[in-house]
Design a binder for this molecule. Sequence first.
Ligand SMILES: [Zn+2]
Length: 148
Amino acid sequence: MSHQEWIARCIDLATENRAHGQAPFAALVVQNGKVVGKGVNDVKATNDLTGHAEIRALQAAARQTGSRRLAGCVLYTSCEPCPMCLGAIYWSGITQVYYGLSIAGQAEFSDLPQRQYAEFRLAAQERSVQALQASPDGVDPRRPFLAK
Ligand SMILES: [Zn+2]
C-alpha cells in the first residue's frame, strides 16, 4: 500500500471512532508492509488523557512485536502528532511518520497542539507550566540510576 493509502485507512478509522462518540483520531504502526499496531483515541471512553491514537498504536505494536523498540516501523496517523505523541514516537525509535491533517490544519478544530509546540520554543521560565528542580539536602537525585 502507498503512504496515501495508509493515511486514507487512518482517516476511515478516525471517522469511525468519531461515529462511536470518541475523538476523531486514528493511527497505525506498519512493519514490512503489515499492520503491527492499531490505535484510536480513547480519551473520552477511558478518561485517560494519554489515550491518543498514536500512543495506543505504539502500545499495540510493542505488544504485537514483543519489543518497545520499533525502529524500522512506519507510523501513519490521521493528524500530525501532538508533542506528547511525538515524544513517544522518539522513545519508540520510529523515524518515519506520515500524517493526514497538519497541526496548522487541526487548529480549525483545536489549536492546543499548535499552542503547545509554540510554547516549547519559549525559554523554560516563560512557559505556562513551570517545571522546577527541587533537590532535597543530602539526597542525591541520581541515586535511583546508580542503584544496583
Ligand atoms: Zn497526541
